[in-house]
Design a protein around this ligand. Structure first.
Ligand code: NAP
Length: 258
């Protein structure tokens, strides 16, 4: 069987936050493989440089911008950098996120509450604002996909109350913004992953084999998602294949929570 390379994003500029690792890196590589020029953001420059190297190896154009998504000035500078370098911002994926938890809510340190709000909620809010302000000036508008979690609106688990609250907020914020801005040509949706093969889904001291055993026992599918499977859902919602999908929240979670 022969497969034809897909080029849904040829000539388009895609921005991905949290792209130095995990799901964000897989999303960036998937956009590059489908013809996009990709701007990757995160706080640490070294992992971003590695994502850029991997994209350039595929023949893609790429740019890394060190960014703290919880700072409004950084969110605006990131969009400016994308437009200065590539001329437009067609797609944005607000994927950067942090998990702090494991203990009952009453024992969660106050800093961990604020850190999760700052990155997971304020980061998505500021990203949306900066991205929409650019996209609504463009004749072709744009598409935004925010990465939430199945913890939140869909399910939750002991030790994750604060994280789940921030992720419920991501979905709610996105749905409202989708209605506010579809008339501006900006289409906004959400992907809510369940347990996915990154360090975030490992419990303290757990190996990947331990996690696989836990998934086999605890998930209807018997395994967690790959980062490529989450990227496929993100690219679908960002693509013209999803042109009439507005404000949806696509759960990709192997049928349950771990
Ligand atoms: N893995 C899972 O099982 C799972 C399940 C559901 C949802 N999710 C969600 O999926 C997204 C990606 O997570 P992941 O699993 O790929 O974890 P990850 O590998 O830890 O990736 C998170 C990324 O976010 C970046 N980041 C953190 N704080 C930031 C900030 N203030 N500004 C800019 N970038 C920041 C990190 O880079 P720097 O540290 O360099 O900034 C990192 O590259 C998150 O939103 C997470 O909540 C993951």
């Amino acid at each position: 069987m022969t497969t034809t390379a897909r080029t849904r994003f040829a000539g388009r500029t895609a921005l991905v936050t949290g792209a130095g690792s995990g799901i964000g890196r897989a999303v960036a590589l998937a956009f590059a493989a489908e013809g996009a020029q990709v701007v990757v953001a995160g706080r640490r420059p070294e992992p971003l440089a590695e994502t850029v190297r991997l994209m350039e190896e595929q023949g893609a154009k790429a740019l890394a911008v060190s960014t703290d998504v919880s700072r409004a000035a950084d969110a605006a500078a990131l969009v400016r950098a994308a437009v200065d370098r590539f001329g437009s911002l067609d797609v944005a994926v607000n994927n950067a996120g942090v998990f702090r938890g494991g203990q009952p809510l009453a024992d969660l340190p106050e800093d961990d509450w604020h850190a999760q709000l700052a990155v997971n909620v304020t980061g998505v809010h500021l990203g949306l604002q900066a991205q929409i302000r650019q996209m609504r000036t463009q004749p072709a508008g744009g598409a935004i996909v925010n990465v939430s979690s199945n913890f939140g609106l869909h399910t939750t688990s002991a030790g994750a109350a604060a994280y789940a609250a921030t992720k419920a907020a991501v979905t709610t914020l996105s749905r409202g913004a989708a209605l506010d801005h579809i008339g501006d040509g900006v289409r906004i949706n959400v992907v809510s992953p369940g347990a996915t093969a990154t360090s975030m889904s490992l419990r303290p001291g757990e190996t990947e084999e331990d996690r696989a055993d836990r998934a086999q026992a605890g998930l209807p599918l018997g395994r967690i998602s790959t980062t490529g499977e989450i990227a496929a859902a993100v690219l679908y919602l960002a693509s013209d294949d999803a042109a009439s999908i507005v404000g949806t929240d696509l759960v990709v979670d192997s049928g349950g929570s771990l």
